[in-house]
Design a protein around this ligand. Structure first.
Ligand SMILES: NC(=O)c1ccc[n+]([C@@H]2O[C@H](COP(=O)([O-])OP(=O)(O)OC[C@H]3O[C@@H](n4cnc5c(N)ncnc54)[C@H](O)[C@@H]3O)[C@@H](O)[C@H]2O)c1
Length: 362
């Protein structure tokens, strides 16, 4: 099953640090939502992370990608990163490994203000900040193509190639238009730096021109990335969907996260439509607060709501999002958002709130 069925199998990878604290809370809320909506959600947990790497030398086990691809509908991921592994090797193998090997070419990063008090922008309200940032997730400057020459000498040269395939650019821009169409959104903005990166982003320009002809009912527009960064801050209400390359998407979506309440609240989907996809909070393993029971579980809960959307379970996703919104409005939140609640207390509260069918409509 991948969309619309009554049951789904979810692989859970809590990972390291606060990933292991927030993910169980998200699972708890998901179970409560599934029960009230008569869905069957099966969770299988995997202990991949720093402990396993340090104990057994294993990062992503042999056969893991095929197993996830063939036996699971989606993956709920926590965070990876541990001071005992300064190389971050396990995180690179597991997270980047899954993104690339499962070909999760869409990084969907919603920027949605859920309470007016959370934005640093003056006089902006919830209705002004609701943007879906669609970031290309498998190519560009993060493709790992390049090298160094004469390393360690005064003549050292370092090259990092920007890899853009026609297929890769076409499918991500098409996804953005389709996302807008399917969600009743009117505006798509493609952003690049084609005035300076004439080869790589000349391709983005050509593909965008082809595709906008196929989606004439959508108001499509282009902005250079530097202009986009200014405009998102000046007036975020002018954007519905933004589509851009891997590097620019990384930066603009983090800028957006700050406009909507910061890291503890930001969710993300690593998606290949119709195939096993991965959902995670944007934040990392936060070693500075790990083990203290104060990590904010709302980002993981919102990532879980994105997963429910991906499964085609819209009322369930809405119930989950509305529970998060209610927690923010009632200030039932962790210290990072100005509250005094603990991770587990927020999880318990969300589960109760989300497990009312009326939560899907409020
Ligand atoms: N997707 C991922 O797995 C991912 C993403 C980013 C960073 N990392 C890794 O995480 C480790 C720590 O990185 P970092 O400190 O730069 O970023 P981080 O996101 O872990 O933390 C940044 C700051 O935000 C706070 N914070 C983050 N999430 C929070 C939450 N849910 N509730 C309350 N406060 C929260 C932290 O306490 C810290 O002060 C590193 O090893 C890094 O490589 C992993």
């Amino acid at each position: 099953m991948r969309s619309g069925g009554a049951q789904a199998r979810i692989a859970v990878i809590p990972g390291d640090g606060i990933g292991r604290e927030v993910t169980p809370q998200a699972v708890h809320v998901l179970k409560a939502v599934a029960a009230v909506f008569n869905r069957s959600l099966e969770f299988v947990e995997f202990d991949w992370g720093a402990d396993k790497y340090l104990r057994e030398g294993v990062t992503l086990p042999v056969g893991a990608v095929e197993m996830l691809r063939d036996e699971f509908d989606a993956i709920l991921f926590g965070a990876l990163g541990d001071p005992r592994v300064p190389s971050n090797q396990h995180a690179a193998d597991i997270l980047l490994g899954l993104r690339f090997k499962l070909d999760l070419y869409v990084n969907a990063r919603p920027v949605e203000l859920l309470h007016d008090r959370l934005t640093p922008l003056r006089n902006r309200t919830e209705k002004d900040i609701r943007i879906m940032v669609i970031r290309e997730n498998t190519e560009g400057l993060y493709a790992g193509v390049g090298g160094v020459f004469k390393q360690g000498t005064p003549d050292e040269i370092a090259v990092q190639e920007d890899v853009n395939s026609h297929k890769g650019v076409e499918r991500i821009i098409r996804y953005a238009f389709e996302y807008a169409r399917q969600n009743g959104l009117k505006r798509v903005c493609m952003s690049d730096k084609s005035n300076a990166m004439t080869f790589a982003h000349g391709l983005w320009q050509r593909v965008f021109k082809e595709l906008r002809e196929q989606y004439k009912s959508i108001d499509s527009r282009h902005l250079y990335i530097d202009t986009l960064a200014m405009e998102v801050v000046r007036d975020p209400s002018q954007f519905d969907v933004i589509v851009t390359c891997n590097l620019f998407g990384d930066i603009i979506s983090d800028l957006g996260a700050q406009l909507a309440g910061g890291l503890g609240l930001a969710p993300s989907g690593n998606i290949h439509p119709g195939k096993t996809s991965l959902f995670e909070p944007v934040h990392g393993s936060a070693p500075n607060i790990a083990g203290k029971g104060i990590a904010n579980p709302l980002g993981s809960a919102l990532a879980s709501a994105m997963m429910l959307d991906f499964l085609g379970w819209k009322p369930e996703a809405t119930a989950m999002r509305n529970a998060v919104r209610a927690a923010l409005h009632e200030n039932y939140v962790t210290p990072d958002l100005g509250g005094d609640k603990r991770t587990g207390e927020v999880g318990e509260w969300l589960a109760k709130k989300a497990a009312t069918k009326s939560a899907a409509h409020t």
